[in-house]
Design a protein around this ligand. Structure first.
Ligand SMILES: [Zn+2]
Length: 330
């Protein structure tokens, strides 16, 4: 904050915003910190840290924690992000479920609630249930303020158009204005992002100490196959926000037709549906499996693979080999 009566210049204001963001980010990474440690880690003067900490405490984003051990045996007052007051909402959508989670501004998860999606349910109805679930959380945590929500969607999402270009195995979402519809009456900023990119960003946030995470490709293979890329510690979105969508690269020009219009997309060979189809094929001739063709839920398959079921393992290895081939060819 400008301590004199003169208005702050644009540069001064900008550097103040950058410094506040730097301190908030350091607190997210370190958890609890003394002002002296914040000064050392940020390179900012102690007086500047004292001012910023004072502002952040005043607006409730930061709280003091009491005495903590400091350098040279000295004890000093710790500061930390104020999860009790400020939280955010994370929503993850899959083809048959959505999850609504409550997360503190420190990144700590407090709750995650799963909701089933019926096969014929429309995007309008699903988004309306998501809005209701957020409203429910808001009511159940009256002492917390929800600052923002982020929705992770399967499929390539164009933020500039507010459109999912397509999503396999789910109708109605293509070209549906997700952000516009969900943000109606939500009363908080909403961010919509592709799920693989959101996962890559989460890795970057939570594994920030690992140098390898600063430059990586995060492959998310589930009902679809997607990829989030990080370069130089930043999420790569590409010109149209769809960088890394390699699930729809063709690995067989005369392969099965995909919803995207291509033939032989990687996703057709190594998604959960492909795994299920391979298990069904093997079950036709093999009896040495605990799996039944009328119960191939994700949980049953995962359990069978973990316990070394021969059919499940053979199918799983085949799908993983194809995924590896697709990743290395990409
Ligand atoms: Zn495709």
């Amino acid at each position: 904050m400008n301590q004199s009566n003169k208005p702050a210049s644009i540069n001064q204001e900008r550097s103040q915003w950058i410094n506040r963001a730097l301190i908030l980010n350091l607190l997210r990474q370190e958890g609890i910190c003394s002002r002296a440690t914040l000064s050392r880690l940020s390179g900012l003067k102690q007086a500047t840290i004292t001012n910023i900490a004072g502002e952040l405490i005043q607006c409730g984003l930061v709280v003091e924690t009491g005495l903590i051990a400091g350098a040279k045996g000295r004890r000093s007052i710790g500061v930390t992000l104020n999860d009790a007051r400020y939280k955010v909402v994370g929503i993850r959508m899959t083809r048959d479920q959505f999850y609504v989670s409550l997360v503190g501004i420190s990144g700590k998860m407090y709750e995650i609630r799963p909701y089933r999606i019926e096969a014929e349910e429309t995007p309008q109805s699903i988004l309306s249930r998501i809005r209701a679930a957020i409203g429910q959380l808001d009511q159940e945590y009256p002492k917390s303020e929800l600052l923002a929500a982020c929705l992770a969607m399967p499929g390539p999402y164009r933020e500039d158009l507010d459109r999912l270009l397509f999503v396999t195995e789910r109708t109605g979402w293509q070209n549906f204005p997700i952000h516009a519809v969900l943000s109606e009456g939500l009363e908080m900023p909403l961010y919509v992002l592709n799920d693989a990119k959101a996962s890559a960003f989460a890795q970057l946030w939570f594994r920030w100490q690992e140098p390898a995470v600063q430059n990586m490709a995060y492959v998310l293979a589930g009902q679809g196959v997607g990829c989030g890329m990080v370069a130089g510690g930043k999420l790569v979105l590409g010109q149209r926000g769809i960088a890394g969508e390699f699930g729809h690269s063709s690995i067989k020009f005369d392969g099965p037709l995909c919803e995207c219009g291509n033939r032989g997309c990687l996703e057709k060979y190594c998604s959960l549906s492909a795994l299920r189809a391979e298990i069904l094929r093997l079950l036709r001739t093999r009896r040495n499996s605990c799996l039944k063709d009328d119960d191939l839920s994700n949980a049953s398959i995962a359990h069978a693979v973990q316990n070394g079921d021969p059919v499940a393992v053979q199918a799983y290895e085949k799908v993983c080999e194809l995924l590896a081939a697709g990743v290395s060819a990409w």
